[in-house]
Design a protein around this ligand. Structure first.
Ligand SMILES: [Zn+2]
Length: 324
C-alpha cells in the first residue's frame, strides 16, 4: 500500500528528552526553535494552506510558556514534538479560550498579529502537507485531542496537569500519571470472488457518500475477529481470509486505523439499518461511472478508506470534494 497521508513519520520524537523539566523553556529561548499553534484541533497554516505556519518563539506575541491566560481559561499545553534537520519543534495547544482574550495574540480574534492567520483541520489538509508538516501536525492534533478530553484523574477525579513536555498528565492528589491513549479501529476492503468491492453508506454521513466498512476493536477481540464481526454486523457478509496492509493515526479524536483486505465468502447483503443504511457491491467500471456521475461521493483524500479503494481500483479515482 502507498504511504498514507498521516503516516509519514520523519520527525525524530527524541522521547528521551521529555523528562527534562526545563526542556520547553530552554527550547523557547532558542531562536532556531519553531512552534506550531493548535487551536481546538485546528492548525495555523500558511497563506496558501499547503504548509504549517511554524513560528519562531519571538513571533508568537503574548503566547509564551509562562503566560497566564486568566480565570476560567484552561491553560495551554506546551508539547515537544521532536527534532528534524537539527531544528526542535514545539506545539502550543490552545483550548477553551475566550474569543477576545486581552493581550493574547495567536487565536482567532485574539489580536492583530494573528488576524490574518489561516486555520484548517488535519482532515482537510493532511494530504497536501510536506512529510515534516504532516508528521508534526498529526502528533500535535493527537496530543491536543487527548489533553482536551482527559482533564481529570481516572482514579480520584481531581484535575490533572500536563507534564513530561506534554506527553503525560499527572494528578496532584495521588501522583497518578496518565498517558495518551489510542483506540484501535479496523477498516477493510472487502472483495468477492468476482473482484467486486463492498462499500457502505453510514447513517450519519452526507447523502451519496460510500466508503469501506470500519469499526472499533472491542475488548477481548483480535484484529481479525473485529474485521469479521464488523462486516457481518453491518452488511451480513461472511468474511474468510483477512490480510493486514497498513495503518495510520486518525486523531479525530484518538483512532489508529488498521487497514485490511478481506475476502468475502458470501455476497448477500443485509444491512443493519442502524450504523449502515445501504451497502453495495461495485465492479471497477461501476464505481468509476458512479463517481463520475456524482451518484457516489468517495471519502476524503487524507483517509485510509480512499487509499484502500484506490489500491483495489488500481489508480486514482477522480471525485468531487466530499465533506465529513
Ligand atoms: Zn488522582
Amino acid at each position: 500500500m502507498q504511504i498514507l497521508p498521516l503516516a509519514r513519520s520523519v520527525v525524530d520524537p527524541a522521547a528521551h528528552r521529555r523528562g527534562d523539566p526545563g526542556l520547553v523553556a530552554a527550547l523557547w529561548r532558542d531562536p532556531r526553535t519553531r512552534v506550531l499553534v493548535v487551536h481546538e484541533a485546528r492548525l495555523a497554516l500558511t497563506d496558501d494552506g499547503t504548509g504549517l505556519d511554524l513560528r519562531a518563539p519571538a513571533d508568537l506575541g503574548a503566547l509564551t510558556p509562562d503566560a497566564a491566560l486568566g480565570a476560567g481559561t484552561r491553560e495551554p499545553v506546551w508539547a515537544f514534538l521532536g527534532v528534524h534537520d537539527d531544528v526542535a519543534y514545539l506545539a502550543v495547544l490552545l483550548a477553551d479560550l475566550p474569543p477576545t482574550h486581552p493581550g493574547l495574540e495567536g487565536v482567532p480574534g485574539g489580536g492583530p498579529a494573528w488576524d490574518a492567520v489561516r486555520w484548517g483541520t488535519l482532515r482537510d489538509v493532511g494530504h497536501v502537507l510536506s512529510d515534516r508538516d504532516a508528521d508534526l501536525a498529526t502528533t500535535a492534533v493527537a496530543l491536543a485531542e487527548w489533553h482536551q478530553r482527559h482533564p481529570r484523574c481516572t482514579r480520584c477525579g481531581a484535575p490533572t496537569a500536563a507534564a513530561h513536555a506534554g506527553w503525560v498528565r499527572r494528578c496532584p492528589e495521588d501522583g497518578v500519571e496518565e498517558y495518551p491513549r489510542t483506540d484501535p479501529a479496523v477498516i477493510m476492503a472487502v472483495t468477492d470472488a468476482r473482484g467486486r468491492i463492498l462499500l457502505g453508506h453510514a447513517a450519519h454521513w452526507p447523502p451519496r457518500r460510500f466508503s469501506t466498512l470500519a469499526g472499533f476493536v472491542e475488548p477481548g477481540e483480535s484484529l481479525e475477529t473485529a474485521v469479521r464481526r464488523e462486516v457481518a454486523e453491518e452488511t451480513g457478509v461472511v468474511v474468510g481470509d483477512v490480510t493486514y496492509v497498513g495503518s495510520q493515526p486518525w486523531p479525530f479524536p484518538a483512532s489508529l486505523m488498521l487497514a485490511f483486505r478481506a475476502r468475502a465468502e458470501t455476497v448477500e447483503l443485509a444491512v443493519d439499518g442502524r450504523e449502515v443504511t445501504e451497502a453495495r457491491w461495485f465492479t471497477r467500471a461501476e464505481l468509476h461511472a458512479a463517481v463520475r456521475d456524482g451518484e457516489v461521493l468517495l471519502p476524503m483524500r487524507t483517509s485510509v478508506a480512499l487509499a484502500l479503494i484506490e489500491e483495489w481500483y488500481g489508480g486514482p479515482l477522480a471525485y468531487p470534494p466530499a465533506e465529513g
